[in-house]
Design a protein around this ligand. Sequence first.
Ligand code: HEM
Length: 232
Amino acid sequence: MAATTTHASPVPASQPVYAFQAPVRLYHWVNAACIFTLAATGYLIAHPLPTVMGEASDHFIMGRIRLVHFTAGYLLAVSLAGRIYWALVGNQVSRQIFYLPVWRGSWWCGLGEEIAFYLFLRKEPPTESGHAPLAQVAMLLFNTLGTLFMIFTGFALYGEGLGHGSWADRAFGWVVPLFGDAERVNNWHLLGMWILLCFVIIHIYMAVRADIVGRTTSLSSIVGGWRSPKGR
Ligand code: HEM
């Protein structure tokens, strides 16, 4: 299947292109489910539930919440590793959340046009078939680097729990002195959650907006893969 994606696409504006390949779509939804689960369980770890009546071993509620958090954490890391692999072998769009083509003049033009559009200085919406330049910046900063930050700080905290010399401590223990101590890592991990959640809200708003105002089938494209660059 054709995979078209560059800013100045030769494909006529209204012709759909196969932008998001199946592994990209799978990663998107696994990632979304993991972030939702991690944010919900993480919030409960930060604000534990009030004590429940009865024997703690009959409930073990916080233990189960932490188990779900760690399981989703592993899944998040494995899914990102798979996504990095797909960026190496997949189409051009699959690479867009990992780098910014700052050496390309057309990318800067697209970024300028897009900012002008959102500032109501330009009527025409962006005509990108993959991620528009502004989305690319946001995806790289908040999704890719943000998720990596949560994985590194999360597994560093996990290593604290598993103990000195554990695999997580050996692989991620160096993160703790980088921040000062485990308490600070914990605080940054919590702050990371709120930043990621802000990104998620803006991301959903922009996707719905691009679909309705920009007429780019952005919502159905992350389910079926096909995207109309502009105007159905
Ligand atoms: C989007 C990703 C993630 C979010 C939103 C998230 C959120 C949170 C939050 C809010 C807390 C509570 C912080 C506090 O007590 O102040 C927490 C704790 C923790 N997280 Fe995450 N987390 C994420 C990824 C991960 C990953 C990948 C791991 C790796 C296994 C992980 C492991 C931990 C550990 C070990 C703790 C401390 C648990 C405890 O003290 O009982 N997290 N997380």
